[in-house]
Design a protein around this ligand. Sequence first.
Ligand code: PLP
Length: 469
Amino acid sequence: MEKNLFRKIPKVDSLLETESCKELISRHGYQIVIESIREELEQIRAQILSGGEEQDVFIQMENLPVAIEHRVMEKEQFHIRKVLNGTGTILHTNLGRAPLSTTHLQKILEIASGYSNLEFDLEKGERGERYSHFESLLCKITGAQAAMAVNNNAAAVMLILNTMASGGEAIVSRGELVEVGGKFRIPDVMKESGAILREIGTTNKTHLFDYEDAVTEDTKVFMKVHTSNYRIFGFTKSVSIKELTTLKEKYQIPIIEDLGSGVLLDLQKYGLTHEPTVQESIQNGADVVCFSGDKLLGGPQAGIIVGKKKYIDQMKKNQLTRALRIDKFTACALESVLKEYLCEETAIKNIPVLEMITRPLKKVQEAAKMLCDTLLAEEFPAVISTQTCMSQIGGGSLPMEQLESMAVSIHPCLISTELFAKRLRNLPIPVIGRVVEENFLLDMRTFDNTMIEDFVNSLKKNHIFKVDR
Ligand SMILES: *Cc1c(COP(=O)(O)O)cnc(C)c1O
């Protein structure tokens, strides 16, 4: 009987001759189709061997054309994919942090699809600098003398310390020895850079005299780290850059600051807590400041370094820079995004991260109502409503900040909320949300509003709410 079943399995050659397979081959090529056929047939053989019901085996054979097509599609699918962010976390590290606008990407397309003056000085007709495209912009915006950028802010911290403090000591407050996401620990990075970490003060209090007491002949820099992802409350004291400048002058020791999120405009105007800006840091007397390109700045992944020309020049010459340098995509995106900062209004409108942070609640509510109504019109077996919620900035920026927002709450009636969430993650354009008390929430502050209709159609087409699909 088993043998009989085996004999009924279609031959590879005959499958290749079917219209559906021919069609697949013309679209996707022979190799991927033959692989898919072999894998599907192998699965049927395995089912027979494991003593599967005859009826089930027949169903699977009948289903072969569809199964083969699915398998081909699966193989063709990109592993990295667009997802819809319904988590309400604007800078979601796992979802690619800062999204870029299509206008900025258009420029990248133009530059990267051909040759460019990435490292060519058009005026002089000789070798140029890849930082030249955005250095003067950064100087203009921040008030610094010089600027450059490397792969990310972790690399920037490493490069600064390696250039300015290698073989000597860097004095840092214990209250600022932070760990940020992705196993980036300030003390560990310092060790790798060749600088010796000189910890001073305590977790909650560090005074100016702590810095002064620690100064020796080996001291190379005072380092400040913006504790961007947590806050200490109560009996606390830290030393500001301004206060530190007295020691800087007395001992001729430069001050460096890792600002983390790198805000270039005062977010207080938009109802957020004040976050120290790069401009302030420079104004207060920091010699070198570094920050991320893809946190609050809203640009590409990068570690931006601004400060005194003397130090930036040393960094540009450091061998490490060759290993940490940015590529043309980043250089181009940085120029595009930084240009927006020349006018605050434009920046808020055109940089997606800033637009989402400052988006009026009313606009978020309208989007929530639109999605909610569209879903209700489909009469899915689910309890659907809008619900107030709070969005986060994320990315280790403004940890205490919560933005009033509006979510669409979905409680499927026939399947569990967990299964629903899982199915949404498996859609062709996956959707990520939050499960709160058996309800699936989509925070509309971060959800791409232009995708509402596509999303609802996708729920329908993929029979998301059904028990068996
Ligand atoms: C986020 C952060 C970093 C790391 O920045 P990346 O761009 O992710 O490498 C370093 N220091 C501080 C204070 C941060 O907040």
